[in-house]
Each structure stands twice: as C-alpha cells, then as structure tokens.
Design a protein around this ligand. Structure first.
Ligand code: G3H
Ligand code: 13P
Ligand code: ZN
Length: 326
C-alpha cells in the first residue's frame, strides 16, 4: 500500500526513524521489499512481525535516467502486488522543479523532494512554495532542504554549512514544505568524516526546538559505510580508501530529536558491490546474471532488516497499519 511520507512520520515522530532507501534496479527493489517484511530468501516466506517495517522507496534523478523512468514505476507497482502487506511511500529524491512537477503529475509518487538548497534563502523559499502549492493540490507531500551537506570542517562548523535553527523555522512557515532536510554534518557517499568530525546533535536539538512542534526532520547522507562491507569489497579486488559513515547508534538519538526519515543509498551500493565482486571472484567460470543476483537479493534483504532494527522501525508495521485505519 502506497502512503505519503507524512502518514509514516506521524506514527514515527520522536520514537523511531523510517528508512528511505534508493533503488535503481530489480534486485534492489525485491531485496528492499523482502527486507522490510522480514523475509530474506524468497517472496513467499511468511512476514516476520518482529522485523516488518514501514519504509520509503526513493528514486533519484539518476535512477530515473538510468534506463527509462517508466520501468521503475512498473517494477514498484508489481512489487506492491507481490508484497501486498508492505506499507511504503514512493519518494522523488533530490528533485529539481521540473522533475518534481513531472513526478506530481505522474500520479505515482506520494512525496517529492525539491532540492533548492544551493540557492539563497529567498529563492529556496520561492521555489519550494511553488512546488508545495502544486503538490498539495494533488495530496502529495513535499520535502525541502535548508543548509548545505558536505564535509564540515571543525573550525567552520556553524558558519556556512549547517542549517540555522531560526532560518529553519522561517523557511517552514513561508515555504509550506511538509518535512525539512537539515544539514547537521552528514554528507553523501562513502567518505563522510575525517578527524574529529561527526554528527552535530547539538545543532539538531536547536533546530527541533525552533521549528513547529512535531515537524518532521530528515537526515540525508546517513549511510553507516560499514567496515565489514568495505573490507569485503577490497578483499575481492576493490580499491576503497579511508571510508567512514554515520554510526548506527546515532540513528535513534537523532529520531528522538525529530528526525523521522533517514536516507540510505551508499550502504546498499556497498552490499551490491561486495556480493557481485565476490561471486565472480569465487566462480570465475560463471557468467549467469542470476547467480550474484540471487545472493544479492538475500544479502540486501538481511541488511535492510538489520538497518531497520537500528532505526527502530523494525516491528512497527502492524501498529502503522492500525494508525492508518487499514
Ligand atoms: O543523494 C543522492 C543519492 O545517493 C542518489 O544518488 O544521484 O547517483 O542516484 P544518484
Ligand atoms: P548516503 O550517500 O549516505 O547513502 O546518502 C543517501 C542520500 O542522502 C540520498 O538522498
Ligand atoms: Zn540526499
């Protein structure tokens, strides 16, 4: 069942965060649905209520352009039929004004992100307001971003990059957005922190205090970049260096400070890369795309279930269903 992100946030606020996972292909999609239902090896296994979780499936502009965006919709609609127990939102990740309108008009997305964070405050508000007005006419919700993600050096923290709490309050009020991605020290990709850098929970607490009560906040760049998966990639011929991510034990403290959505893409890519490299290293005579595909779907499902336990969303599906009156 497709719902909006805000339907999920109302249930999660202050208690846990909903995982927002990027997909590009069939194997990621199947692994994702299985993982969120606590199944791992097959689609037919019974749902595991202790692991079953609501989730957000994210589609980036890159994913839309990888082959043809219509394949993504067909795949997700099929997954909805194959996994009727799933409760999830379909979300455009890092949209421009143009891709937001295209997604809003498609009748498929339940949520869009307008990323105008590279503009100054006024322009960001102006663009977000236009997208929010058009989305709300169709019952679609809007995530916006304020602040700049990226490596934040210890000595410039708080000056240019991080989200300013008072600006966040003004932005929400004037832009009409339904959730806000905040910059609190995370960045996209596998190389997030060096030295003494880390998540700025103090800034997050200030933002939560400044914005309206129960307003959902979003954390981008939140992969944990597990050493285990990076090591497996490197042992199988990869060359990843000095990677680092958001420690998984920070997800729940962030959720208690109003973070309802945690974006994870890189971790899924690491699992994919390790499994495909290992498979062909260990079976050099094999050239069947289904050999690594099967192993990946299981490994990814198990990884998603693990992630949801760290986010606190595992085991919440039945209660979410009840809260939605379904
Ligand atoms: O925030 C960006 C996401 O990780 C999507 O990445 O644009 O390469 O699909 P992508
Ligand atoms: P990661 O690169 O940390 O997975 O972040 C993904 C993201 O923010 C997608 O919007
Ligand atoms: Zn992002």
């Amino acid at each position: 069942m497709i719902v909006t992100t805000n339907d999920l946030f109302r249930h999660a606020y202050g208690k846990y965060a909903v995982g927002a996972y990027n997909i590009n292909n069939l194997e990621q999609t199947v692994g994702l649905f299985r993982g969120n239902l606590g199944k791992s090896r097959t689609n037919e296994e019974p749902v595991n209520p202790e692991l079953a979780a609501p989730f957000i499936i994210q589609i980036s502009r890159g994913a839309r352009g990888y082959t043809d965006k219509r394949f993504l919709e067909a795949m997700i609609r099929t997954a909805e039929e194959v996994f009727p127990e799933a409760i999830f939102a379909v979300h455009l990740d890092h949209g421009t004004e143009e891709t937001c309108y295209d997604s809003i008009d498609s009748g498929f997305y339940s949520s869009v992100m307008i990323d105008a964070s590279h503009h100054d405050l006024e322009k960001n508000i102006e663009i977000t307001r236009r997208v929010a007005d058009r989305a709300h006419e169709k019952g679609i919700v809007v995530e916006a971003e304020l602040g700049q993600l990226g490596g934040v050096e210890e000595d410039i923290v708080g000056s240019v990059c991080l989200t300013e709490p008072d600006q966040a309050a003004e932005f929400i009020q004037r832009s009409g957005c339904d959730s806000l991605a905040v910059a609190i020290g995370t960045s996209h990709g596998a190389y997030k922190f060096s030295g003494k850098q880390g998540l700025r929970m103090d800034r997050l607490a200030q933002i939560q205090k400044a914005v309206p009560a129960d307003f959902p906040l979003v954390m981008h760049g939140s992969s944990s970049v597990p050493k285990e998966w990076v090591d497996r990639i490197n042992k199988a011929g990869g060359k990843m260096k000095d990677s680092s991510g958001v420690p998984e034990d920070q997800y729940l403290p962030a959720a208690r400070l109003g973070v309802c959505k945690v974006n994870i893409d890189t971790d899924g890519r690491l699992v994919w890369c390790a499994i495909y490299r290992e498979t062909f290293r260990d079976k050099p005579e094999d050239f069947d795309p289904r050999t690594p595909g099967k192993v990946f779907m299981q490994a990814y499902a198990e990884y998603i279930a693990h992630k949801n336990q760290k986010l606190g969303s595992a085991g919440q599906l039945a209660s979410v269903r009840k809260s939605l009156g379904k």
